[in-house]
Design a protein around this ligand. Structure first.
Ligand code: FAD
Ligand code: NAG
Ligand code: NAG
Ligand code: NAG
Ligand code: NAG
Ligand code: NAG
Length: 496
């Protein structure tokens, strides 16, 4: 289903290095999960480590799947590969940009083949399109420009100056987030998600809903119920009642300049793992983590046992069955499940009350209505007028009977049920980065603020510095001014 691609190579190259009889002095850092969180944690641990070679940690990554990348995965439809999970990156996702450069990966502008200007959007309310921008099939640049202008005008007429206020809101949130790229000389290491968010001025956004935030920012009711809701439903499968920070992130993901990685975003994880001197254990699902006096004992479902001085969890714990000894306690929450359905075929214009296929917008978004069976339908690839590949997002599985009514023709259907991201509900409560006050870390504690590839990397960077300063001592970090830079309540614990 999710394509494995060329992982056999990676597995082979990693297999031999697993354990060259570890010298007693070398501690082991174990990472559970090989998504962008786990892989970038390994990368930053290597990048920042600046202590004796004799103490340089061994790093092991455990992944229950047969491939790395987690929610970055591709799917093959009609022998062509598409992003099945995380698909787009923002132009200011600086870690992802740096990884791409460092790993010599190729940037892809998803809207290059079909320029963003010519991508038509429709907002479907179950009965009719309440907004439908014009589609342009012409290659004539002047005509394209004019249609694009007409579409901007259309949106402006419907939502007025509210649309500018929405931009301001998003820009302000993005601007605050940029603080996480400040130099490590001036940027503290955070022991809690709360502290990390407060430092950047983002904490308050997690305490109120997007609806409340945008209403205060002066956006009109119709803009929030329509365009904003369409976007939050596409990006997080949730309504504008979701919490404000994740909502702002979702709106930022609807702007211009979005990109992805040619051949699949999962290559960031594969490349970072390959270059970080990591022992990768695929098909190894960790089922228990026990804190014994000097180390953690990790048991996997295959019956293996691993000894780790430091353990970092780089996957959401909400749907996990890992048994902790002693037990840990984190705020209870649910994941939002997103069903991604890939269909090669043709939509039925009659379903939308239209006469011709060409009248259906390239992207069909929907408003919040429990009767609506899907969140969005978009064209992934138009091979010809008779051969189109679509992606559908929905909160519930797309049953065959439903697909029969929406499509006039279906050659191939692939369904993926993602435990996609947290179900966001303000006020958010955050799990700690340090789960047991010792050396059990939780990268995805930050995901309850917002879930993206970049936020995972930002959280991993902080956890890497946290591990180095707490376990290996401040001197292990390749920046000396850290010691005094912690704000109140964020003091470093040099307990080793
Ligand atoms: C449909 C969809 C669309 C999305 N769109 C975007 C987007 O456009 N842009 C964006 O930036 N983000 C997007 N996201 C969010 C993004 O995918 C995630 O925020 C990000 O990939 C999370 O990375 P992670 O490393 O924290 O977790 P994951 O990628 O989930 O990695 C965790 C890994 O841990 C493994 N694992 C779990 N439990 C165990 C265990 N017990 N033992 C061993 N291994 C274990 C899992 O198999 C997995 O590989 C989307 C997500 C989905 C589902
Ligand atoms: C791993 O990285 C090396 C360069 O450090 C590269 O030559 C090799 O192709 C990479 N392997 C994989 C599987 O990506
Ligand atoms: C990305 O790389 C550049 C050049 O190496 C560096 O100056 C910048 O700080 C890096 N950005 C991040 C977010 O690490
Ligand atoms: C966050 O909210 C608190 C209390 O409501 C307020 O005192 C504080 O100034 C706000 N912070 C920011 C950055 O807006
Ligand atoms: C983990 O495995 C070891 C060795 O088999 C065993 O002694 C221990 O009880 C197991 N721990 C848990 C929590 O199951
Ligand atoms: C940090 O590491 C770089 C190389 O990785 C080195 O050139 C530099 O001198 C180090 N800085 C300190 C303060 O140790």
């Amino acid at each position: 289903m999710i394509s494995p691609l060329i992982f056999s190579l990676l597995i082979l190259s990693q297999a031999q290095e697993s354990s060259p009889s570890p010298a007693e002095s070398k501690p082991t850092v174990c990472i559970i999960g090989s998504g962008i969180g786990g892989s970038s944690l390994a990368h930053f641990l290597r990048h920042y480590y600046n202590s004796e070679e004799a103490k340089r940690p061994r790093i092991q990554i455990f992944e229950r799947n047969s491939v790395v990348g987690g929610r970055m995965a591709t799917v093959n439809v009609a022998k062509e590969s598409f992003e099945a999970g995380a698909s787009i990156l923002h132009p200011k996702n600086y870690h992802a940009l740096n990884f791409t450069k460092y790993l010599n990966l190729k940037l892809k502008n998803p809207s290059l083949s079909k320029s963003k200007d010519s991508l038509s959007l429709g907002i479907w309310n179950g009965k009719k399109f309440i907004l439908k921008t014009f589609n342009v099939n012409s290659q004539n640049p002047l005509l394209r420009k004019m249609v694009s202008l007409a579409n901007s005008l259309l949106i402006f007429v419907r939502y007025g100056f509210s649309i500018l206020k929405m931009d301001d809101f998003v820009e302000s949130a993005v601007g605050k987030f940029l603080k996480y790229y400040e130099s490590v000389e001036t940027r503290p290491v955070f022991e809690s998600v709360d502290g990390m968010l407060k430092w950047a001025g983002l904490y308050n956004f997690t305490k109120r809903s997007l609806l409340e935030e945008l209403t205060d920012a002066g956006l009109s009711y119709s803009l929030i119920q329509e365009l904003v809701t369409v976007i939050t439903r596409i990006n997080y499968g949730q309504s504008a009642c979701m919490s404000g920070l994740a909502g702002a992130v979702s709106l930022a993901g609807s702007g211009g300049g979005l990109w992805s990685i040619e051949g699949g975003n999962w290559q960031m994880a594969a490349g970072l793992i390959n270059r970080s001197d990591v022992a990768l254990h695929l098909h190894e699902e960790i089922k228990s983590i026990s804190h014994l006096t000097e180390y953690y004992e990790l048991n996997s479902t295959t019956g293996n046992t691993f000894k780790c001085e430091v353990t970092a969890i780089a996957t959401p714990l909400d749907e996990e069955n890992i048994q902790f000894t002693p037990p840990i306690s984190i705020p209870e929450r649910k994941l939002q499940h997103t069903h991604a359905t890939f269909v090669r075929g043709l939509l039925d214009p009659a379903y939308f009350g239209l006469g011709d296929l060409s009248e259906i917008p390239d992207l069909v978004g929907t408003i919040e209505d429990p009767e609506l069976p899907f969140s969005s339908i978009s064209i992934l690839k138009k091979n010809s007028d008779k051969d189109i590949t679509y992606k559908i997002f929905s909160r519930k599985p797309m049953a065959d009977t439903l697909l029969y009514s929406i499509f006039s023709e279906r050659k191939e259907t692939i369904r993926i049920d993602w435990g996609a991201y947290p179900h966001y509900q303000a006020p958010e409560l955050f799990a700690p980065f340090i789960l047991d006050g010792q050396h059990l870390y939780y990268v995805n504690a930050f995901e309850n603020a917002a879930s993206t590839m970049e936020t995972s990397a930002v959280a991993a960077e902080n956890v890497a510095r946290l591990i180095l300063s707490r376990f290996f001592g401040d001197d292990s970090l390749n920046f000396s001014s850290l010691k005094n830079s912690s704000p109140a309540g964020e003091g470093l614990h040099l307990d080793l």
